[in-house]
Design a protein around this ligand. Sequence first.
Ligand SMILES: [Zn+2]
Length: 132
Amino acid sequence: MLTYRAAPVMIKSMTINLDYFQKLLEDEKVRLEGELGTIGRRNPDAPEDWEVAKPDMNIAASAQDEVADVDEEFENRASVEANLEERLRDVDKALERVRHGTYGVCPEGNHPIEEARLRANPAASTCIAHAK
Ligand SMILES: [Zn+2]
C-alpha cells in the first residue's frame, strides 16, 4: 500500500514524499465529505460549513419518548458532524500547505515535522514538541 517514488520532493532540508501525503489528504477529504453528506448538507451560504439534517421521522407529537429519541439522534449527529467538520478543516489546511510549499514544516521555528508524525496524522500542522 505504501509506494515510494525514486525522486522524492525536497522541502528545505527535509525529504518527504509530498505526493504520497497529498494523496492521503485528498483521499481523506473525499471520505470526510462523503460521511458529512450522509448526516448533513453544506450550508449554501458558507460552503465550508455543514448543517445537520433533523432526523426524518414521522412521529406524533404526543409520543414523548419518540420525540426524545429523535432529539438524542439529532444530538449524536450534531456531535459526529462537528468532529468530521473539524477534521475536514484540518485536512483542507494541510492541502493548502501542500499548495504553498510549506507542508511538513513546523511553523514554530521552520523545522521539519517528524515523518512518523505525518504518517500517523497527515494533517498535523506542527512537530511533536510543538503540538498543543
Ligand atoms: Zn516544532
